[in-house]
Design a protein around this ligand. Structure first.
Ligand code: 4AD
Ligand code: MG
Length: 461
């Protein structure tokens, strides 16, 4: 069987020749003497039209096929210069591989994204999700390519861990204990010695701390894997299970960090524009009208730069427009992030040097003693897509900060060792993969860019 992608890419080699394809029926229109079947085989964004005639023994069976049926078609590929599609198959044989029941939930009409979320196992058969998930796959590949071309080592960090990298306490616990019969110590506390790892463990919220240990051995590394957050945020940009890309670079400061982040985003945008033109045109036409113009502008201009303190000054002037009023020291909310990138900068923007109180313990203290060398990258339509920082590389300062925050140093001995044995300036960031897919496709809900979304109250399939 040849793929539909191959027919489109190398059409000259196949025109007027016999070909066979396998795919799923999108629609059937039958008249007395002949009929048309539109087939999608999933390898290419375009579908293929099949013409068949009543000279076939199974003409009646084919004409009654329901949407979703799997078929194998043999016939001649002929050019159709006057039609929308460049060619069609004049079938000599259509065999039914697997029929589809008449209650097939996907019909030819447009379904809402909300409805399609209720059938996550079938939605990849629609145009929208064919486009989303092929582009998602390409973005992942492009990210690997970006880092591999620059000699970053891909490190697999663990998913089960004993630490809370971000210190936000938003973790899913991992245990083999029977919840109806939890072993207790005499003082009533949980007896973790009876648990699988003999201590409390959780699903990782970030691979960063493990990533740093490898950066201190390889200089430049990156992780690319699933992360988990039990955030009770029921929004269009939060998932409980999402993928993160976390580069970490030794001998790199915040400026180097931003250069890599900007280079990566531009590389990935160029990659999908070049490798998925049909899908990107579809998003531009049906999902987000300004998408292509916006992405083309991004690759051809510099990202904006602003410090948190400057950003707060700008936002305070527009406080009348916000639900949550801004003042120095507050964490920026999505509405503020989007205002900065959409109304003020009108392009991606790096916000740097946040107050230490609203950022994680590992960030490097700035000389002002109030802010840390943090950077968030904000993009239109989403807000924060990247969070990163230069890391505290002084053993004394890091230990002091951990004491201040009440973190148990015994749990972070490995992390302190990195500062004890050959500490070096180093920086890194985390790109939220789903948010990146949203940004590049214009899709508005994180539930529609991950194959099987896990969000508050939802873990179907
Ligand atoms: O800003 P965050 O929390 O940073 C870290 O985890 C650092 N350890 C990264 C690092 O420096 N190596 O998360 C990084 C990114 C966010 O900018 C966001 O894009 C994404 O991860 N993210 C989420 N995406 C989907 N659902 C959630 N619940 C997310 N939480 C964070
Ligand atoms: Mg963040």
């Amino acid at each position: 069987l040849v793929t539909v992608r191959e027919l489109y890419k190398n059409r000259e080699a196949y025109l007027d020749k016999e070909v066979s394809i396998g795919g799923w029926v999108r629609s059937v229109r039958a008249s007395k003497a002949f009929g048309f079947i539109v087939v999608s085989d999933g390898t290419y964004f375009e579908t293929l039209q099949v013409v068949y005639h009543d000279t076939m023994a199974n003409f009646a069976e084919i004409s009654k096929l329901n949407v979703g049926a799997a078929i194998i078609v043999k016939g001649t590929l002929v050019a159709t210069p006057d039609a929308k599609q460049p060619f069609e198959i004049q079938a000599t044989e259509v065999s039914v591989e697997g029929p589809s029941a008449p209650d097939y939930p996907l019909q030819k009409k447009r379904h809402t994204l909300e409805y399609l979320r209720t059938i996550t196992h079938l939605r990849p058969r629609t145009n929208t999700f064919q486009a989303v998930f092929r582009v998602r796959s390409l973005i992942a590949y492009a990210i690997h390519q970006y880092f591999q071309e620059r000699d970053f080592v891909y490190v697999h960090t663990p998913l089960i861990t004993g630490s809370d990298c971000e210190g936000a306490g938003e973790m899913f616990q991992v245990t083999t204990m029977d919840l109806n019969n939890i072993p207790k110590n005499e003082d009533g506390s949980v007896d973790y010695t009876k648990d699988f790892f003999a201590k409390p463990t959780n699903l990782t919220v970030s691979g960063q701390l493990n990533g740093e240990t490898y950066a201190m051995a390889f200089r430049n590394i990156y992780t690319f894997g699933p992360t988990f957050r039990a955030e009770n945020s029921n929004t269009t940009r939060h998932a409980a299970e999402f993928w993160m890309i976390e580069p970490e670079m030794a001998f790199a400061d915040l400026e180097d960090n931003m250069e890599v982040a900007e280079g990566m985003l531009k590389y990935v945008i160029r990659y999908v524009l070049e490798h998925a033109p049909e899908e990107m045109a579809f998003f531009n036409n049906f999902i987000d009208k300004g998408l292509l113009d916006r992405l083309n502008n991004v690759v051809n201009s510099e990202f904006g730069r602003v410090t948190y303190t400057e950003a707060v000054k700008i936002l305070e002037e527009h406080n009348d427009q916000f639900d949550y009023k801004v003042s120095w020291g507050c964490d920026l909310q999505t509405e503020h992030e989007r205002f900065l990138t959409e109304q003020i900068f009108k392009k991606p923007v790096f916000v740097t040097d946040y107050p230490k109180e609203i950022k994680a313990f590992y960030m490097k203290m700035n000389p002002d003693g109030k802010t840390v060398a943090a950077v968030d990258c904000l993009v239109p339509g989403i807000g924060e897509i990247i969070g990163g920082s230069q890391r505290e590389d002084s053993l004394e300062k890091l230990a002091a900060r951990m004491d201040e925050l009440g973190l148990k140093k015994e749990d972070y001995q490995f992390y302190l060792d990195l500062r004890k044995y050959g500490s070096a300036r180093h920086s890194g960031f985390g790109l939220g993969f789903e948010r990146c897919v949203m940004y590049l496709t214009g899709m508005g809900n994180i539930r529609d860019v991950i194959p099987f979304p896990r969000t508050v109250g939802n873990c179907d399939l």
